[in-house]
Ligand binder design. Structure first.
Ligand code: NDP
Ligand code: GUE
Ligand code: MG
Length: 284
């Protein structure tokens, strides 16, 4: 069968244009732009590259972004104080602390320090609780972006078997929750799952968020299944690659997101959408 390519990049471009228009209206009405503070600790080149992507996207959308680069040996208290400052800053409506953080800083303390109203990553326990109970909230960008891709391609979730590979707080767990909220039957696999391949093979929808290049080949995929590749790894030659062996699943999967050009661009798009939503809610 012909595998349909799920073009996250094209969908992202379309959505960013409508977000740009929303930002323009917001700015005309309120007299100031939506504002995002991005805090990055240390010198990890991948993290800096993602943050540059976020800043560029904000600029194009008309969102003010304010970057703070802290050195890797910054104290936890200094970081918490900086977040406290942005919690009170009226021109900032969203706060993002790029993960991962150095080992001497508690990620959960940092996330809890962010005011839930400004939690544009959707990682705060208050945001997570709202998501789990089906209340309106800022949703985690990667899972929310995947839901937008599935919706744009009219992929039915209700009654389907979805298997999520990976259980991190930022991708796997919230992904499973959003699929459950849309009435899929959800299985979550991780490093202690002995029969991951069999579970994946039985799924209508497989979402891989592990970070192991090429792990998911055609032996994991049922004929016609929807395959979403969240994984991003940089190979030695500098190319980006996903968890899915694209050549192997070609012709087997019904739909597939490429890497790059699939989930990643939608993650940034949802960050823009969340920042606009946060600004609207804070000025309502
Ligand atoms: N496209 C995008 O926008 C984004 C992409 N990513 C990418 O997605 C991937 C996952 O990110 P993230 O969730 O933060 O990663 P984590 O490292 O936090 O989580 C990885 C998960 O995969 C599980 N795992 C690891 N190895 C195996 C294995 N061999 N078999 C089964 N399960 C395994 C781990 O299990 P256990 O819990 O038992 O340790 C864990 O639950 C990475 O490649 C990351 O770069 C991340 C965020 C956004
Ligand atoms: N607080 C926090 N929030 C995050 O959302 C967050 C984070 N920390 N830490 C790291 C991960 C990773 N992540 C990506 C975002 C965009 C692309 C992306 O745009 N990828 C492009 C390729 C970009 C390139 O060429 O480098 C693509 O897949 O096509 C990828 C990964 C957000 N994360
Ligand atoms: Mg084949």
């Amino acid at each position: 069968m012909e595998t349909v390519r799920l073009d996250g990049k094209a969908l992202a471009a379309k959505k960013r244009e409508s977000i740009r228009e929303g930002v323009e209206k917001f700015t005309a009405k309120s007299g100031f732009a939506p504002g995002l503070a991005v805090i990055i600790v240390g010198d990890n080149p991948a993290s800096h590259s993602y943050v540059r992507g976020k800043e560029k996207a904000c600029e194009k959308a008309g969102i003010l972004s304010e970057k703070q680069h802290l050195s890797a040996d910054v104290s936890e208290k200094e970081l918490l104080d900086m977040i406290g400052h942005y919690n009170e800053a009226p021109h900032i409506h969203g706060i993002l602390v790029q993960l991962p953080l150095p080992d001497h800083i508690s990620e959960s303390k940092v996330i809890e320090q962010i005011s839930a109203d400004k939690d544009v990553d959707g990682f705060h326990p208050i945001s997570v609780g709202r998501m789990v109970t089906g209340q309106k909230t800022l949703l985690p960008c990667t899972p929310a972006g995947i839901m937008e891709i599935l919706k744009a391609y009219d992929i039915t979730l209700s009654g389907k078997n979805a298997v999520v590979l990976g259980r991190s707080n930022i991708v796997g767990k919230p992904m499973a929750q959003l699929l459950l909220n849309e009435h899929a039957t959800v299985t979550v696999c991780h490093s202690r799952t002995p029969n991951m391949k069999d579970l994946a093979k039985s799924a209508d929808i497989v979402i891989s968020a592990i970070g192991k290049p090429g792990l998911v080949d055609d032996t994991y995929i049922k004929e016609g299944a929807v395959v979403i590749d969240v994984g991003i790894s940089r190979l030695e030659d500098g190319t980006l690659t996903g968890d899915v062996d694209e050549a192997a699943v070609q012709g087997q999967a019904g739909h597939l997101t490429p890497v790059p050009g699939g989930v990643g661009p939608m993650t940034i798009t949802m960050l823009l959408a969340n920042t606009l939503q946060a600004a609207e809610e804070q000025t309502a």
